[in-house]
Design a protein around this ligand. Structure first.
Ligand SMILES: [Zn+2]
Length: 489
């Protein structure tokens, strides 16, 4: 059984040493740093613990930089799920929990990685990553919220820095090793993988910090309206996974060892909360997200067969009909999807998620008036969902009403300012409208949200040339460029 790892990280690093690790250029700069950090761990950590005073760790600004740098590297090495439904699902969950926590020093970003491992992790500075393996295993959105609440507390509480006070460089290095542990098993030498996994274990938090993340995480998720029992449910699920398959320990447990003590502590916190008000969408959206993820990894035959069977067993279940329709729509069976969506809507008329799916389907089949009505209905039930505005914009684009499309995308952008899809669509629409300055500007904003600072700056420069420095937007762009340059220093 794994125990909580409470070893300190190296609190200094020697730039001379890094050169001797030159051959490790396999995965870029970030990984290069890793090796020296990892290699110095084993020999010097005990010494460091004994003689070095604890350091304050990287400042908050540095943590934001770490997050961005890590995301840039992660985008090269991991496969991000870019389906808008999945992106919005995890972001909505995260924002809801954040809304109970008051002002935050970071802009939190939530990502889903296509990877069957049962894993999730937080990077200092506000980036949280969920693997599809974890989302697929979860039984309810409240379980996912439990993990998310826990990870947010690691970031908010600055646990990585607090644990051992490493400088920003060594933190980045450890995180790079974490990436390598994910991607190295293919072509890398066995020794390299072993070292990377060792580094992954080093990211494990101390027992005390795990308990803090559990305790506060449960409180925040409950305040956000999720069922606090979800957090314990997920801990138990992990424990079962390990019992069933002791060799292939879920990756999440390497960084967050599950102990009976943690489970007991979480149960105690839940009891202390008393009765909480649970406000989870019914039906739980998790099942639809699981359908999408499975189809994205080419499991569509099994998904279709499964939901076909469910519908035959219970032809009056709106949820099963809807989910079968989702699978059919994603695999191009539009006529069947339409039939099932429409029947589901007759059975369950007040479901904005279903209305939105219907709107999108009618957009695909060219039934624009029906599409418009379905989106209006979705917005009447849930006026603040950026996803509906994104799809509404697509409908207007298909109808060649580009001004209306731009308006819909602007609404989506205002509701979800850290989402790269609305500004991207805006850049396309402004391009079609021949408003090139605006097209470059929004393209730059979308690149910025994908952490591609260099190309974003190039687009902003082009926008500035077209719009002129003294135009209202020109002023704004100059400020964005100045911020970008300051960041690159
Ligand atoms: Zn943890």
């Amino acid at each position: 059984m794994l125990s909580a790892i409470d070893r300190p990280w190296p609190t200094h690093y020697n730039p001379q040493m890094s050169r001797s690790f030159g051959p490790w250029r396999v995965s870029g700069r970030l990984i290069l740093v890793v090796w020296l950090v990892v290699s110095s761990c084993s020999s010097s950590s005990q010494v460091a613990k004994d003689i070095l005073p604890s350091m304050s760790g990287p400042s908050e600004d540095e943590e934001v930089r770490i997050s961005r740098e890590f995301r840039r590297e992660a985008r090269k090495q991991l496969k991000f799920v870019t389906n808008p439904e999945v992106e919005r699902y995890i972001d909505r969950l995260g924002q809801r929990i954040l809304s109970t926590m008051g002002a935050q020093p970071f802009d939190y970003r939530f990502f889903v990685i296509q990877d069957n491992q049962l894993n999730a992790f937080a990077v200092p500075g506000g980036s949280i990553f969920f693997f599809t393996g974890l989302i697929e295993k979860a039984k309810t959105t409240s379980e996912v919220a439990g993990v998310l609440g826990h990870e947010i507390v690691h970031i908010k509480g600055r646990h990585m820095a607090r644990q051992s006070g490493p400088d920003a460089i060594s933190l980045l290095g450890l995180l790079g090793a974490f990436l390598l542990a994910r991607t190295g098993s293919g072509g890398q030498a066995a020794g390299a993988v072993g070292q990377a996994i060792a580094a992954t274990r080093q990211i494990a938090y101390s027992r005390q910090l795990e308990m803090e993340a559990d305790t506060l995480g449960v409180r925040y998720m409950a305040a956000a309206g999720y069922d606090p029992k979800g957090s314990v449910g997920f801990l138990k699920l992990l424990d079962q996974e390990r019992a069933l398959n002791p060799i292939d320990v879920p990756a999440y447990m390497m960084t967050h060892p599950i102990t009976q003590e943690r489970i007991a502590n979480t149960e105690l916190v839940i009891r202390s909360l008393g009765k909480t008000e649970i406000k989870v969408e019914q039906p739980d959206l998790l099942k639809k997200i699981q359908v999408i993820i499975r189809i994205e990894r080419r499991d569509s035959d099994a998904v279709l067969a499964e939901y076909d069977k469910l519908v035959r067993q219970n032809p009056e279940s709106a949820e099963s009909l809807h989910l079968l329709g989702v699978a059919q729509q994603l695999t191009g069976q539009l006529a069947q999807a339409k039939q099932n969506y429409e029947k589901a809507r007759r059975l369950s008329p007040e479901n904005p998620d279903l209305d939105r799916d219907l709107g999108r389907l009618y957009t695909q089949t060219g039934e624009f008036a029906l599409a418009r009505a379905a989106f209006n209905q979705a917005l009447a039930l849930d006026p603040k969902e950026s996803l509906t505005y994104l799809y509404l914009g697509e409908l207007y684009e298909k109808q060649d009403d580009l001004r209306a499309a731009a308006g819909a995308y602007l609404n989506a952008l205002n509701l979800s300012p850290f989402w790269d899809k609305p500004p991207y669509r805006l850049s396309v629409v402004y391009g079609k409208l021949n408003r090139l300055g605006d097209a470059y500007y929004y393209h730059g904003r979308s690149l910025l949200l994908q952490d591609d600072d260099q190309r974003a700056a190039a687009d902003f420069e082009k926008a500035l040339k077209v719009l002129g420095e003294n135009s209202p937007r020109g002023q704004l762009i100059k400020e964005e460029l100045a911020a970008l340059r300051a960041r690159r220093r």
